[in-house]
Design a binder for this molecule. Structure first.
Ligand SMILES: Cc1cc2nc3c(=O)[nH]c(=O)nc-3n(C[C@H](O)[C@H](O)[C@H](O)COP(=O)(O)OP(=O)(O)OC[C@H]3O[C@@H](n4cnc5c(N)ncnc54)[C@H](O)[C@@H]3O)c2cc1C
Length: 382
């Protein structure tokens, strides 16, 4: 729908993923969503196609892509099945980026490379029962032992892929005074004694993302489990935040387009009072607004990813587009449920899925209430 000028590489990737979605994802999207299971077969196919490598440089074993290509990938997958988009985003970005960027050669070989091949599934644990937006309140403690090893105790919640991942990048506090400088990331394998799945959530949307709570009880970690330089957990997290926000915007854009296309097609086919409903101005207005806002979100998104790829600071833009694209997705899904009338209420049509799945976008990368504060600060409010 939105015409754009893109490099050949971007167009080729978009077409390849769109074909994969049409042939392999859409025919099973409904069944997979209903099952609530981790979509192992699609995950395997995505790995086989090299999708998990897209954002990483070729000389390190990636596919030579960048953040723009990664967002195109997320957008197209989310257009087919948001759960698959979210799982891919977790596997490639939050579950891999810390290892890639801040990890040792050994950590990259042992965890990042298998992530890229889809041989291991990875998760990312920030949130705790009393620390969501407020990460300064993280209470999972990693206590350093005299020999440099660590003992970890705590509870991590809302972990996407928490029920199935093989290893996790986990934010822990390492200082008794709980200063921000004490926040550090650790690589924790599920098989470590003391790691337990304490709860699996039944969720509203993105039903295949296996969201769970993990308890960590006296988990003994070797010194090499620390990811990155000691004391750099928070700055390292902040350094990938713009990428997390644009990725979320890309997922939102994919969902918006799916809702738009379902609405457009239905409005053409449905007849009421002797006319196709797309003849009614109020329906036209809904679709026109959807298309306009999708275009705005798309322009914002790929302008911002280009800034990230050019290594320009863009926290303000990334925050704005995460907020805007997500709100557009919520609105498009809502309008689609109106345009499809009663059929939107049926579990037989995908629009109900768009309506449920869009809620997932509201939280990751910052809630919108928190993001408003970030934008205001970026604009110069103290
Ligand atoms: C589907 C899903 C998947 C997730 N996956 C992961 C994952 O893989 N790993 C992970 O670590 N976490 C994950 N999370 C958790 C997510 O990161 C948190 O939900 C998010 O950080 C918000 O925290 P909270 O839900 O505890 O809300 P809270 O921080 O408790 O906020 C509650 C309300 O208060 C508002 N609020 C809080 N602080 C402020 C403020 N300063 N100003 C104004 N309003 C404020 C919020 O906007 C919100 O409306 C996931 C969540 C969901 C729903």
């Amino acid at each position: 729908m939105v015409t754009d000028i893109r490099s050949d590489k971007e167009t080729l990737l978009r077409q390849t993923i769109a074909r994969f979605v049409k042939e392999e994802v859409l025919p099973v999207a409904q069944t997979i969503d209903e099952s609530g299971e981790f979509p192992r077969e699609l995950f395997r196919k995505a790995a086989e196609m090299g999708l998990f490598r897209v954002r990483y440089p070729a000389k390190k074993g990636g596919a030579g892509g960048n953040n723009t290509l990664f967002c195109i990938l997320c957008e197209e997958l989310a257009k087919g099945l948001m759960s698959l988009g979210a799982i891919t985003a977790m596997q490639c970005l939050m579950g891999s980026e810390f290892l890639f960027r801040f990890g040792t050669e050994e950590q990259r070989r042992k965890y990042w490379e298998p992530n890229m091949r889809g041989e291991r599934v990875s998760g990312f644990c920030l949130t705790e029962p009393d620390a969501g937006s407020d990460l300064g309140n993280v209470r999972t403690m990693a206590l350093e032992q005299p020999d440099g090893s660590w003992i970890v105790n705590g509870l991590k919640t809302w972990v996407t892929l928490g029920a199935v991942a093989d290893h996790f990048t986990v934010l822990c506090q390492t200082r008794a005074d709980r200063k921000m400088r004490g926040l550090n990331f650790f690589l924790i394998e599920r098989t470590r004694p003391g790691v337990a799945l304490s709860h699996k959530f039944a969720v509203l949307g993105t039903r295949n993302t296996q969201i769970a709570e993990l308890s960590l009880t006296d988990v003994a970690l070797p010194p090499e489990a620390l990811i990155g330089e000691k004391g750099r957990g928070l700055p390292n997290l902040l350094s990938i935040l713009a990428e997390i926000r644009t990725m979320t915007a890309a997922l939102a854009l994919g969902l918006s387009k799916a809702a738009y296309e379902a609405s457009f097609q239905y409005a053409r086919e449905r007849v009421a009072f002797g006319r196709s409903i797309n003849q009614y101005q109020l329906i036209q207005a809904k679709i026109a607004i959807m298309a306009t806002e999708i275009w705005a979100a798309e322009l914002m998104l790929y302008k911002t990813t280009a800034m990230i790829d050019a290594r320009k600071p863009c926290m303000r833009e990334a925050t704005m587009v995460k907020y805007f694209a997500t709100e557009v997705a919520c609105k498009c899904a809502d309008e689609a449920t109106r345009i499809l009338g009663a059929y939107a209420y049926s579990m037989d049509y995908p629009v109900q899925r768009f309506y449920r799945d869009n809620r997932f976008l509201l939280y990751g990368g910052g809630s919108h209430e928190v993001l408003m504060g970030v934008i205001a600060r970026e604009l110069g409010f103290v």
